[in-house]
Design a protein around this ligand. Structure first.
Ligand SMILES: [Mg+2]
Length: 184
C-alpha cells in the first residue's frame, strides 16, 4: 500500500473530525479522494502540520487529526518534544511514513533507513505511540478516537504517488470553510 491507499482507507474514519493535512501530495490526494470542509489543506509551511494540529487542539475542544509525513517530521523534529510536553487528549498525530520525500521526487528519508520515528517520539516523552502497517491504520485511528487519549500513530507504507491535480480551491475559501467547521 502507498500513502493514497492509506488516505482512502481512513477517509470514513476521519471525515467527521477536524483534519490538518500535510503540504503537497498528501493534501492533493486527500482533496481528490474525499474533500471535506473539515479538511485544512496546507499550502505552505512544510513540517508544520503537527504544530498546526496541536495548536488547534489547544485552542478548542473538538478532536483534531494531523496528517503528517516522515519527511515533514524530520524537517520539524522539535514538534515531538513540544507535543510530548503539551498533552491534548483531543489530538491525534498520524505520521504516514513511506520512507521518502514524496512531494519532491521520492528521495529516500532517514526514516526509511535507520531512524525510527516511533522510537524518537517515545524518546521525546510521547505516550501512546503506535507503529502500524498501512493496512491497520484506519483501525488504529479509530482506536485512538475511542481512547480519548493523545496518540501518535506511525503508519508504515510503500513509497509512491498517484497522479493528482493541484488544489485549485482558493486558499481563503479553504480557511473560511474550515473555520466554519471549527465554530460548529
Ligand atoms: Mg514521506
Amino acid at each position: 500500500m502507498i500513502r493514497s491507499d492509506i488516505l482512502e482507507s481512513i477517509a470514513p474514519v476521519i471525515r467527521d473530525h477536524l483534519v490538518v493535512c500535510n503540504i503537497g501530495l498528501p493534501s492533493q490526494e486527500l482533496f481528490a479522494l474525499d474533500d471535506q470542509p473539515s479538511n485544512f489543506y496546507m499550502l505552505g509551511t512544510m513540517g508544520l502540520s503537527s504544530s498546526i494540529g496541536l495548536g488547534l487542539s489547544i485552542a478548542q475542544s473538538k478532536k483534531v487529526i494531523a496528517i503528517d509525513g516522515d519527511g515533514s517530521v524530520l524537517t520539524n523534529f522539535g514538534t515531538l518534544p513540544t507535543i510530548a510536553n503539551n498533552v491534548r487528549d483531543n489530538f491525534i498525530l498520524l505520521i504516514i511514513d513511506n520512507g521518502s520525500y514524496g512531494s519532491t521526487g521520492d528521495q529516500p528519508t532517514y526514516a526509511g533507513l535507520k531512524t525510527s520515528l516511533a522510537s524518537v517520539a517515545e524518546a521525546c516523552g510521547c505516550e501512546n505511540v503506535v507503529e502500524c502497517s498501512a493496512e491497520n491504520t484506519a483501525d488504529e485511528i479509530q482506536n485512538a478516537l475511542n481512547s480519548n487519549q493523545m496518540t501518535i500513530i506511525v503508519a508504515k507504507c510503500e513509497s509512491g504517488n498517484i497522479p493528482v491535480e493541484v488544489i485549485e480551491m482558493n486558499p481563503v475559501l479553504i480557511r473560511e470553510r474550515f473555520m466554519a467547521e471549527v465554530r460548529k
